[in-house]
Design a protein. Structure first.
Length: 158
């Protein structure tokens, strides 16, 4: 999956970004955010590249990437499945739905399936509690989801 993002084109966009932040004090956060926008994630290869070019210790970059939840080292899958774990959805069984997806796909929260198709995330209340439990897949919103239906819903995205 990484070969899809570690392209020459992406590295030259990163070069431009590095050029823009040359000599700017404290550039790490915007640099990493920009790198993630380009690559969709900040894997080790990208971290080392930035470390070398911007002369920033790799350990510092790794520390920031792993500390802040906004950064990820593995790109998201083609489809992002979000299960609402807010109170109303939780009470209506969203955790069971999450577990069912997790088991069927062999991935935990925040992980991406090995074929790069699906990423599973948990969200806070998205403000549609009347339709609890809610699952979204990309921009599609599914309300009053039954545990028994969820795998059928996800079939559509395979
Ligand atoms: S708790 Fe899930 S939409 Fe509000």
């Amino acid at each position: 999956m990484l070969e899809k993002i570690l392209t020459e084109e992406n590295f030259s966009a990163l070069d431009e970004l590095l050029e823009r932040y040359k000599g700017v004090p404290g550039p790490l956060m915007p640099l990493l955010q920009g790198a993630q926008d380009i690559f969709g994630a900040i894997p080790e290869e990208v971290q080392s590249y930035i470390a070398e070019k911007a002369n920033i210790p790799l350990a510092e970059i790794y520390g920031v990437v792993t500390f802040y939840s906004q950064f990820r080292m593995v790109p998201r899958g083609d489809h992002v499945i979000s299960v609402c774990l807010g109170t109303a959805c939780y009470v209506k069984g969203s955790q069971n739905i999450m577990d069912k997806i997790s088991q069927a796909m062999g991935i935990g929260i925040g992980e991406t399936s090995s074929d790069g198709k699906f990423t599973l995330v948990g969200t806070r209340c998205i403000g549609a509690c009347g339709l609890a439990p809610i699952v979204t897949v990309n921009d599609d919103v599914y309300g009053k989801v039954k545990e028994s239906e969820i795998l059928k819903i996800l079939e559509k995205y395979k």
